[in-house]
Design a protein around this ligand. Structure first.
Ligand code: GCB
Length: 598
């Protein structure tokens, strides 16, 4: 009996190891889907007994014939999906490990249809089961994944189980050490998507590189009739063309057209329609170009300065991982109030709803994968994982005009193996999307005098735009030192000062030299802004950070209480004086730009 159980567990694990998600379906909002959000039953499993006890079978204790069944989802507590567990149940605040989720849903089959279960994100490692059988596994906490379940669903009631494990892994991406909360769980929407037998799985629409009078792109069909003709329309621009995919279901196209270009001031989106004999899909897509000329950034051929702010995806007021359109509205609304035309969405891909909102609000986006600080650079599995996260981030958001930068990493310590790893990611990103700019937040500098630093990270060679993180006046030196300090770059490329900042507890006052006070933070912003404005090749900035956020590395009682307090607004949205210092700086910059344009 024991041997049989061992063989069965081995077979199950082997099946799981083989089962990767199906190719990603893009444009969720445009699909026919049934939400699987809501209350899911959960079992917290710190000793990892669930696999051996076969929680995925969702058996009932009363069904036991021989040995007892020691779990019962139906009688277990619930968690809301989407949502992390740490902020929903106080006793799970610090929990890191597996939690098993289960929910039932009913299904009615239709002819000529295929079904997929789609997870917007689950942090960090997930195994999924349908009706007691494994569908597959996924690693990475911030990118979507889907499994085809056509033919695996039954008429009537179905049981979906996901074991989500947020235990940190030395070879994970990120690895064991981050300055943000390791929120676990089904943190984004879960849905059952229904598509026709042959469907439009993915597509790309961009202004052609080097030829902005044309839209260039491709469509990928999926199904047994994937060589059928595809019609592409942009009705408002009077564009309509029918093209025929090759045997792999893919077709490349070019459409000459004159479009109103997307800009932060006028974020024009076009209805784009892709149809086949069996499927029809709408998307709202903006068209713009972005390029580098020397140390300048050009948007639609004109120089642009990025007035930005960095932000985590943490929910204002209630805390925990942000997930709703309202959360995104609040966060991006504050960025707008600051006078931003740019947001650095750190340190991982944010929710699709936030990127789509940025598209509508006219906020340019820096989107990043969580290659953060030190990771296992030499481990080929770590590289494969980072590559998959990059691929899925690009697949999900490549049709969003707002996104101008794919960021590969943040503050990664320089070593030959790290640079080779990141160069591979840079090559991947260019191959997946030749129209956007590649960047990374760097902090490797050399001394060129006591108060002069030169950004000279060897990775700079492989990037289009260089992010510079520096904490003069907080982790070293005094805010006033910034009046004398100078920064330069070894590379003649645009520089974004992607981070600077200081912690301040909202409501804590003192004189400008007293750390943790609002006055200190505001004073640091005054001096930093004076300094960074003088950096040769400065193309923008995104100070650290929009809102206070939870971090396990920040325990100082009465001040941090497990929050990084570098927010310009508190976790409750209260605005600190530094918010207004930056707002004034951006306003004056805008006025100068307007005066120069007259
Ligand atoms: C950094 C990191 C960011 C941290 C920040 C800080 O350099 O990129 O993730 O939260 O500093 O507050 O120390």
């Amino acid at each position: 009996m024991k041997a049989l159980t061992a063989i069965l567990s081995f077979l199950l694990l082997a099946a799981l190891a083989a089962a990767q998600p199906s190719p990603l379906i893009t444009n969720l909002p445009g699909r026919t889907s049934t939400s699987l959000d809501g209350a899911w039953h959960i079992i917290v499993d710190p000793y990892e007994s669930g696999l051996r006890a076969r929680y995925y079978e969702n058996a009932k204790p009363q069904d036991a014939r021989t040995s007892p069944i020691e779990y019962d989802f139906a009688a277990s507590e619930t968690l809301k999906v989407p949502g992390d567990w740490n902020s929903q149940k106080e006793r799970l605040f610090f929990y890191e490990g597996p939690v098993w989720y289960q929910r039932s849903f009913s299904f009615k089959a239709r002819d000529h249809a295929r079904q997929f279960v789609y997870f917007g994100a689950a942090n960090y490692y997930t195994r999924v089961y349908l009706n007691g059988k494994p569908l597959g596994e996924h690693e990475g906490g911030f990118t979507p994944f889907n499994f085809e379940v056509t033919g695996k669903l039954v008429e009537g009631e179905n049981s979906l189980v996901a074991e989500v494990n947020n235990a940190r892994r030395a070879n994970g991406v990120p690895a064991s050490n981050t300055d943000w909360w390791n929120y676990g769980g089904l943190t984004r929407d879960v849905s059952l998507i229904e598509v026709p037998d042959t469907f439009v799985r993915d597509y790309s629409f961009q202004l052609a590189k080097g030829s902005p009078g044309e839209v260039a792109g491709w469509v990928q069909l999926d199904g047994s009739a994937q060589t059928q003709p595809v019609t592409i329309e942009i009705p408002d621009a009077g564009v309509r063309k029918t093209v025929t995919p090759d045997a792999t279901g893919r077709v490349d196209f070019r459409l000459p057209t004159k479009l109103t270009l997307w800009t932060p001031d006028d974020p024009k989106l076009y209805d784009v329609v892709i149809s086949t004999g069996t499927d029809k899909l709408h998307d709202s897509i903006g068209f713009r170009t972005v390029e580098v000329q020397g140390t300048q950034l050009l948007l639609n051929g004109k120089p642009i300065f990025l007035r930005g702010i960095s932000m985590h995806e943490e929910a204002p007021n209630r805390g925990g991982r942000a997930y709703s359109p309202d959360d995104a509205q609040t966060l991006l609304g504050w960025a707008k109030e600051l006078g931003c035309n740019f947001v650095r969405l750190t340190h991982y891909p944010h929710n699709e709803n936030a990127i789509r909102l940025a598209d509508r609000m006219g906020l340019l986006v820096w989107s990043e994968i969580p290659v953060y600080w030190d990771i296992a650079w030499k481990d080929p599995e770590t590289l494969a994982n980072a590559e998959a996260q990059l691929r899925d981030m690009i697949a999900r958001d490549r049709n969003r005009a707002a996104v101008i930068f794919w960021s590969l990493s943040n503050e990664t310590p320089v070593s030959p193996e790290r640079t080779i790893f990141l160069q591979k990611l840079a090559a991947d990103a260019r191959q997946l999307d030749s129209t956007r700019l590649i960047t990374s937040a760097l902090n490797h500098v050399t001394d060129a005098g006591p108060e002069k630093r030169v950004l000279d990270d060897p990775l700079g060679e492989s990037l289009d735009v260089l992010g510079l993180n520096e904490y003069l006046g907080w982790y070293f030196g005094h805010p006033e030192d910034a009046d004398r300090w100078q920064w330069e770059s070894k590379y003649a490329k645009p520089i974004i000062v992607s981070e600077f900042g200081a912690d301040a507890l909202y409501g804590k006052h003192g004189d400008a030299s007293a750390r943790w006070t609002e006055e200190y933070q505001a004073n640091l912003y005054v001096h930093q802004l004076g300094m960074v404005a003088k950096i040769p090749g400065l193309a923008g900035l995104s100070p650290w950070v929009l809102m206070d956020f939870h971090s396990p590395r920040r325990p100082l009682p009465g001040i941090q209480d497990y929050y990084n307090r570098k927010g310009l607004v508190s976790n409750l949205g209260q605005h600190k004086p530094a918010f207004y210092v930056l707002q004034k700086f951006y306003k004056e910059m805008n006025e100068k730009k307007a005066a120069a344009a007259q």
